[in-house]
Design a protein around this ligand. Structure first.
Ligand code: AMP
Length: 201
């Protein structure tokens, strides 16, 4: 059996800024950014998994856990070689999204830190997603009722995960500021948590 990979979770509701921060942090040598949403969007639309993804995501629902974890495992084995150059720490954005997914991932990842991006202003996140939908042509974010459903699903299925991890692993970050202000808070918790994991270039 392979060793679990050290991992950091980027956690928070849709539209809170996980993707923005993930893309920035993923540029740091030693950190490998993996977005499950991007993984699903890269699947061929005509495949069975692709059709299922488009059907469930256009309703704001989640892809079933077993399929999600199977695709994740395949994605990681194809794209991630675990060398320090590519990334010795995996930065997971959007996965796990339920307690069951966290259990299924347990043999694969060793969670060192959960970065919980907090924003209690749902309307601000909805507005952000609608703006992005226009830019990126994402059907799940174009319709306000679907966005609201995504938030409901987050509260019901994903937020309980915060109780799954030991409280000492979870750090709250105020996600309302500018990307740089949010980044500064993340770096403050990430650097000590990963000291010794990331090699100096
Ligand atoms: P995201 O870009 O992370 O908001 O994900 C877009 C959509 O992909 C979600 O609304 C879900 O339908 C699906 N998705 C992404 N990650 C997961 C996951 N970990 N489990 C189940 N479905 C997911």
């Amino acid at each position: 059996m392979t060793q679990p990979r050290p991992a950091v979770l980027l956690f928070g509701p849709p539209g809170v800024g996980k993707g923005t921060q993930g893309a920035i942090l993923g540029a740091i040598p030693g950190l490998f950014h993996m977005s499950s949403g991007d993984m699903f969007r890269s699947i061929n639309r005509e495949s069975e998994a692709g059709r299922l993804f488009h059907e469930v995501s256009s309703r704001g629902e989640l892809v079933p856990d077993e399929l999600t974890i199977r695709l994740w495992t395949q994605f990681m084995s194809e794209r991630y070689d675990g060398t320090p150059h590519q990334g010795s720490v995996v930065l997971l954005d959007g996965i796990p999204r339920s307690t069951n997914q966290a259990r299924l991932l347990e043999p694969e990842i060793d969670v060192r830190l959960v970065i919980h991006l907090v924003c209690r202003d749902v309307d601000a996140m909805v507005a952000r997603l609608r703006k992005r939908a226009i830019k990126q042509g994402r059907p799940d974010d174009a319709d306000e009722s679907v966005i609201r459903r995504r938030h409901q699903v987050y509260q019901q299925e994903t937020a309980p995960l915060l109780q799954y991890y030991p409280p000492g692993l979870v750090r709250e970050i105020d996600a309302l500021g500018t990307p740089l202000a949010v980044l500064r808070q993340i770096v403050d918790v990430l650097e000590p948590a990963l000291r010794g994991c990331l090699l100096a270039p």
